[in-house]
Design a protein around this ligand. Structure first.
Ligand code: ASP
Length: 302
């Protein structure tokens, strides 16, 4: 009973071209579903879905990432394998198009779990990922915004949460659950700042016996409560939707305005999504093969 759900980031999404955003998450979910339908693994499915969103200029991951305060893209990603509690994480990556592919290399090709900065980019090169100039990750819109701020004194960072961190969680026909999350982080973040995304149990988590999750939102709040692990723990007694909602509400009860969003799949293939922000674009394909999408959670999953 394979299924997949993807998100394109929790936030305001004010003035967004919602049709284009939804087309993007749908394209990603479809790419992941094609892998599952052909009998592929949950890992291949979430990577296929995440790469679509990393390559898409409307989402804050890969090409389209927000730049940091110095005008550079620094990306983080996490891949969690529910079969064996293994994970691959990267942070502060600057020279590749798809940070999630590097997270996979960390998981599958090294005895380690987490690489950062120049060492992570060097690992990418050593494993044949194309090394690109950082500027190639900056969209014309983001480039213009940075230079406007710079000309104006480059004082305050943009306010509000960035929109567009991406993630995917899939259950495959062999009952494997894998979660992928990838981000350019928050807009104008100080150089070196890392959010929840690559932190195991915070930005993502997967356990084949229970379920998997991928988070988005204000990383400093999410990582304080291990949001993704918390939600999967709730799946011991609750279906994905109730478990995910409970985890986000617990966070909101302790941290005002946490600006968090979460998606997931439980071991029975039931889907869940919830966010404390105005919006969080999601797309999903159920075991019957039906593709759906929404800009915000409105009770789709119970
Ligand atoms: N969670 C990401 C971070 O804090 C940002 C986001 O999801 O928008 O880096």
């Amino acid at each position: 009973m394979p299924s997949i759900i993807v998100h394109g980031g929790a936030g305001q999404w004010a003035n967004a071209d919602e049709a284009a955003v939804l087309a993007g998450v749908e394209q990603a979910a479809r790419a992941g579903w094609e892998v599952l339908r052909a009998g592929g693994t949950a890992t291949d499915a979430v990577i296929a879905a995440t790469v679509v969103l990393e390559d898409h200029p409307l989402f804050d991951a890969g090409y389209g990432s927000f730049v940091n305060a110095e005008g550079e893209v620094e990306m983080d990603a996490l891949l969690c394998d529910g079969a064996n509690f293994n994970f691959g994480a990267v942070a502060g990556v600057r020279r590749i198009a798809n940070a999630i592919q590097l997270a996979r290399i960390v998981l599958e090709k090294t005895p380690h779990c987490f690489f950062v900065g120049d060492g992570a980019d060097a690992l990418a090169a050593a494993h044949g990922l194309e090394i690109i100039p950082n500027i190639n990750l900056v969209t014309p819109k983001e480039y213009a915004l940075f230079h406007e701020r710079w000309a104006a004194g480059h004082t305050a960072p943009r306010t509000g949460l960035g929109t567009g961190t991406v993630g995917a969680v899939a259950l495959d026909a062999q009952q494997r659950i894998v979660s992928a999350t990838s981000t350019g982080g928050t807009p104008d973040k100080p150089k070196g700042r890392v959010g929840d995304c690559p932190i195991y149990g915070s930005g993502g988590y997967a356990d084949d016996h229970l379920g998997g999750t991928s988070a988005t939102g204000q990383g400093e709040n999410i990582m304080r409560t291990f949001l993704c692990k918390n939600a999967v723990d709730h799946m011991q007694t609750a279906a994905a939707q109730a478990a995910i909602r409970q985890a986000v509400e617990t966070l909101a009860a302790r941290i005002p305005n946490p600006e968090a969003g979460l998606i997931g799949v439980d071991a029975q293939g039931r889907l869940g999504a919830y966010h404390s922000t105005a919006a969080m674009p999601i797309a999903w394909v159920t075991a019957e093969g039906t593709l759906s999408s929404a800009m915000r959670y409105t009770g789709q999953f119970g």
